[in-house]
Design a protein around this ligand. Structure first.
Ligand code: C5P
Length: 292
């Protein structure tokens, strides 16, 4: 085998609670993560020079040591020292720095693809540990589907599949620093927390209405204070018929749940025009686990 194609699915957090702060500055979370169909693509090919060469369709994206794809290759290569190198074509479709886990998904796809291509003797558990050392969301991106994530996001429990729904995504033209949002989070100031256990029951029942009404992300309080447009987009989605709407991760992307394709696309056109946004998409859930 000379090359492999891998998909890197994005994610949304359909409920996100912070339950504590750790000594190392990281936060303990309780969040339900859901893979979405929107994905990046990686074409990974062996080359005869022992180098890591990455090209991408996003001209401004760093493709050196700062990129998680590079870091993932570098880590595996320094451990297993293959005599060949690798050429990777990364096709980005997931908005960058958006709260959609694009970088983590690319990292997970690289780990998975390189292990396969080079037949490195790495167990799934080891791959998860390597992933966790590269980013808090990487273990989820290796597993995909519907998961409860606890700890810093690395303690994962598979949940029942998310019922089908049309998901409108809108990324405002602002850039967010995830460490900054987390560092400004104040647990005392939280007014509303998600009922994660209730949401897990809704997943068991396949109750999309129940899920939509319970969506809460405690990081919104920090991010929306800085960027009120996030709240405005949420309200616009509801006006357009969304059953529920929320910011994903530390933001700034907002998503809305729609029960019909037409409503979702009408919402897309409305939001694109009203806020003059380019990065607006309709996608669906990407499932892997149990379905009722
Ligand atoms: O692990 P990752 O690079 O994705 O995390 C980015 C930043 O987000 C961390 O440096 C940290 O400041 C913050 N973070 C956190 N608690 C988590 C996950 C991330 O404080 N559970």
């Amino acid at each position: 085998m000379d090359y492999i194609n891998v998909y890197a699915n994005g994610k949304i957090n359909i409920g996100l609670d912070i339950v504590g702060k750790r000594e190392d500055g990281y936060h303990d979370l309780k969040t339900i993560m859901q893979s979405i169909r929107l994905h990046d693509k990686l074409y990974i090919k062996k080359i005869y020079t022992p180098k890591i060469k990455i090209v991408t369709n996003l001209k401004w994206l760093p493709i050196d040591e700062r990129n998680l794809v590079y870091k993932a290759c570098d880590l595996l290569f320094s451990k297993y020292k293959p005599d060949k190198g690798v050429y990777i074509e990364l096709t980005k479709n997931i908005p960058v720095s958006a709260g959609l886990g694009g970088g983590s998904a690319d990292c997970a796809a690289t780990l998975f693809g390189i292990r396969r291509l080079f037949n490195f003797p790495i167990s799934n558990n080891e791959l998860m540990e390597i992933g966790a050392s590269l980013g808090a969301d990487v273990p989820f991106c290796l597993q995909r589907g519907t998961m409860l994530a606890e700890g810093i996001g690395d303690r994962l429990t598979r949940l029942d599949n998310h019922p089908p729904v049309y998901i409108l995504l809108a990324k405002p033209n602002i850039s967010i620093s995830t460490p900054k949002i987390f560092s400004e989070f104040d647990n005392e100031k939280v007014k509303k927390r998600p009922d994660i256990d209730g949401m897990i029951k809704d997943l068991e029942k396949g109750d999309i209405e129940g899920l939509s009404h319970k969506m809460v992300n405690v990081l919104e309080e920090v991010t929306i204070k800085k960027f009120p447009i996030i709240d405005s987009i949420k309200k616009s989605m509801i006006e357009q018929g969304a059953m529920g709407s929320l910011m994903t991760g530390s933001g700034p992307t907002v998503f809305g749940y729609f029960d019909s394709r037409d409503k979702a696309y009408n919402g897309l056109r409305y939001i694109r025009k009203k806020y003059k946004l380019r990065e607006v998409y309709v996608t669906e859930v990407f499932n892997i686990g149990r379905t009722n």
